[in-house]
Design a protein around this ligand. Sequence first.
Ligand SMILES: Nc1ccn([C@@H]2O[C@H](COP(=O)(O)OP(=O)(O)OP(=O)(O)O)[C@@H](O)[C@H]2O)c(=O)n1
Ligand SMILES: C[C@](O)(CO)[C@H](O)COP(=O)(O)O
Length: 255
Amino acid sequence: MTSTPPPPDRPRPLRTAAVIPAAGRGIRLGPGAPKALRALGGTPMLIHAVRAMAASRAVSLVVVVAPPDGAPEVKHLLDEHSLPDHTDYLVVPGGDTRQESVGLGLDALPEDVSVVLVHDAARPLVPVETVDSVVGAVRNGARAVVPALPLADTVKEVEPAVVPGEPEPVLATPVRARLRAVQTPQGFDRDTLVRAHAEVALDGEGATDDAGMVERLGEPVVVVPGHEEAFKVTRPLDLVLAEAVLARRRAHDGF
Ligand SMILES: Nc1ccn([C@@H]2O[C@H](COP(=O)(O)OP(=O)(O)OP(=O)(O)O)[C@@H](O)[C@H]2O)c(=O)n1
Ligand SMILES: C[C@](O)(CO)[C@H](O)COP(=O)(O)O
């Protein structure tokens, strides 16, 4: 018996993958292992971030971008921790900058992926509702989606001091109500993100976020509400806060 061929105009399936850049050193966190491998509640931060992506039913593949010499260790970590089995996992070695690491993760995506999330390993506690709302906005047609929060502080633009610690002249005070602090996962139509990584040249330390690269193409980027618990673990105090948030969750969920 012959099988019926698929209709020729069938739309490309909307398979969603998450790329997790985890190749950074974590210099601002202080001495120790690469930040993504440091423990939060006894479990590596990276494992929390992988679980946060895989918690979304929409995400069927997670690509972890490991420290350049740490891919075997990261593969081992993924094998020894329980992870949802509706999701596939891949590990690739990263680069010298976040931009390079994300680019290496994108290179590893299989052809059938059309929606890509990029999520910092350093944001281990992002709730699944935030992940789902970013995916939903991309699936509804946005090419680039960023979760973000209004700022609590007033922000000044300054002329950076040449000598650290010297007073810095203030140039401007942007209207706070128009500012947002952006988080991850940032979500993209795959072709748009791949084009941004191909066309935006690596300059110095590289772009600090992927949506900024899409903006430089002249493509629209939209913001959806972020979440307080999606904060980035950057400095030692952030780790104290992350431990407290995790402890509160565990007490609430009873595990
Ligand atoms: N070469 C790099 C640099 C950063 N990252 C990742 O990008 C995310 C956001 O970066 P950041 O928080 O700045 O991490 P680090 O670069 O590790 O921090 P630091 O600047 O303090 O060293 C992290 O998950 C980090 O692992 C990466 O994959 N490859
Ligand atoms: C992508 C990001 O998390 C958005 O806030 C942030 O720009 C990463 O910056 P970092 O200095 O490389 O952590």
